[in-house]
Design a protein around this ligand. Structure first.
Ligand SMILES: *Cc1c(COP(=O)(O)O)cnc(C)c1O
Length: 370
C-alpha cells in the first residue's frame, strides 16, 4: 500500500473566517473587546439553548472559573471520570480541592453513573462529567444523584459541541457547561473556550472573574481576586465564522464516522464508540477499541504510521499519572485501564474523503493482523 500524510485532526475553514479576521485587523479591534466576542457568545448561547455563554481563552480556564464561582476550595472534593483529558482534573487541583476518580462504563467509556454514589462523601461539592470523544454522558441518573446529595453538575463538553442527550444539547443540561475551541476540536478559534449556564448569578460571577474581578459598574474597582481569562476579538472572529457553519462541521464528522462504521462495524474485534438510543454523538473523533486477540495498540499505531496515517492513543486515565496516582487510594478502575490501553482515535477531520477513509480502513485491517 502507498504512503500518504493523513493527520488525526485538522481544522477546516469553509466560511467567513478570513473575512472576519481581516476585519479585526482592518479596524484594529484585535484585543478583548469588539463585536465578534458578543456575537460569538450570543450565537453560542442559542446553539446550546442556554441563557448565558461566556467566552474565555481556552477550555481549561473554562473549567477553572466554574470551580471558583461555586466556591470550591481546599478540603472539598469533586468527582470526575478517571478516563478524561488532564484539564478536567487540573481545574479541581488549581483550587486546592481534590479530584475523586470514578471508573468508566464499558460501552460509551463515559463516567459510570452506578459507581458515582460510592464516591460521594460529606466533602463532595460537585460532579464534572465529560462527554468523551463526543458521546454524551448518561445525564439523568447523574442529575438524580446530584439532586439527592445537593451537588452541582458541570459538563466538560470540550469534545462534544452539539451532542444531544434525550433531545437536550449538552452544555445546558447540568448547572454549567464548558467547551474548548483548540485547533483539533469540532470548531476552533486556535485557542479558545466557552462557558454555558442558565444561572444568572453564576454567569455574572464568572464574567467578573474572567476580567480581573473588576466591579462591572466601577473602573479599577476590584471586589474579588480575578484572572485575565478573556478571549480576543480575533479568536472570536474565527469562532463565529466556524459556528456559522457548525451544522456542516457536525455533518462532516458524522459522515466520517458513518463511513468508518460501514467499513469496520461488522468486525467483532473492533469496537467503535456507539451512538446510544436517544443520544446524538458529535463524533469529535472516530474512536475504537481493539479486541483482546489483536496486537498491542501501540504496534497497530506504528504500523498505521508507516503508511503516513496519524492516529492517537486514548488518554491514560488520571489515576496512573505521576501527578495523580497518589489519589488512586488503592481503588481499582478496571474499565478505564482496559479502554485506555486498547483504544485509539482514527483520523477524523471533516475534510477526509471517502477514498481516504477506505485507504485508512485497508491499512487498519492490515495492521491488526497477528
Ligand atoms: C481539549 C479538552 C479540554 C481543554 O481544552 P483546552 O482548550 O485545550 O484548554 C478539557 N477537557 C477535555 C475533555 C478536552 O478534550
Amino acid at each position: 500500500m502507498d504512503k500518504r500524510h493523513i493527520p488525526v485532526a485538522a481544522p477546516v475553514f469553509a466560511g467567513n473566517e478570513k473575512q472576519y479576521v481581516n476585519d479585526c485587523l482592518d479596524t484594529t479591534w484585535i484585543s478583548s473587546a469588539g463585536k465578534y466576542i458578543s456575537a460569538f457568545e450570543e450565537s453560542f448561547a442559542r446553539f446550546c439553548n442556554v441563557k448565558h455563554a461566556i467566552a474565555v481563552m481556552n477550555g481549561t480556564v473554562a473549567l477553572h472559573l466554574p470551580m471558583l464561582a461555586l466556591n470550591i476550595g481546599p478540603g472539598d472534593e469533586v468527582i470526575i471520570p478517571t478516563f478524561t483529558y488532564v484539564a478536567t482534573a487540573n481545574c479541581v487541583t488549581y483550587t486546592g480541592a481534590t479530584p475523586i476518580f470514578v471508573d468508566s462504563e464499558p460501552h460509551t467509556w463515559n463516567i459510570d453513573p452506578e459507581k458515582i454514589e460510592a464516591a460521594i462523601t460529606p466533602r463532595t461539592k460537585a460532579i464534572i462529567v465529560v462527554h468523551v470523544y463526543g458521546h454524551p454522558s448518561d445525564m439523568q441518573p447523574i442529575l438524580d444523584l446530584a439532586r439527592k446529595h445537593h451537588l452541582y453538575v458541570i459538563e466538560d463538553a470540550a469534545e462534544a459541541h452539539g451532542a444531544q442527550y434525550h433531545g437536550q444539547v449538552v452544555g445546558g443540561i447540568g448547572d454549567i457547561g464548558t467547551f474548548s475551541f483548540f485547533g483539533n476540536k469540532i470548531i476552533t478559534c486556535g485557542e479558545g473556550g466557552m462557558i454555558t449556564t442558565n444561572d444568572d448569578s453564576l454567569a455574572a460571577k464568572m464574567r467578573q472573574l474572567k476580567g480581573q474581578g473588576v466591579d462591572p459598574d466601577r473602573r479599577y474597582w476590584f471586589t474579588m481576586v480575578g484572572y485575565n481569562y478573556r478571549m480576543t476579538n480575533i479568536q472570536a472572529a474565527l469562532g463565529l465564522a466556524q459556528l456559522e457553519k457548525v451544522d456542516w462541521h457536525l455533518a462532516q464528522r458524522r459522515r466520517v464516522a458513518e463511513t468508518y462504521r460501514a467499513h469496520l462495524g461488522k468486525n467483532p474485534d473492533l469496537y467503535l464508540q456507539p451512538e446510544l438510543p436517544d443520544c446524538t454523538n458529535s463524533y469529535w473523533m472516530t474512536s475504537l477499541m481493539l479486541g483482546d486477540g489483536l496486537p498491542a495498540r501501540d504496534l497497530v499505531m506504528q504500523r498505521m504510521a508507516e503508511h503516513g496515517i496519524e492516529t492517537r492513543p486514548f488518554f491514560p486515565p488520571m489515576h496512573v499519572l505521576p501527578i495523580y496516582q497518589n489519589l488512586a487510594d488503592g481503588k481499582s478502575f478496571p474499565i478505564a485501564d482496559k479502554v485506555s490501553s486498547r483504544g485509539l482515535n482514527l483520523p477524523s477531520s471533516g475534510n477526509l474523503s471517502d477514498e481516504d477513509i477506505t485507504f485508512i480502513c485497508d491499512c487498519l485491517m492490515d495492521a491488526v493482523k497477528n
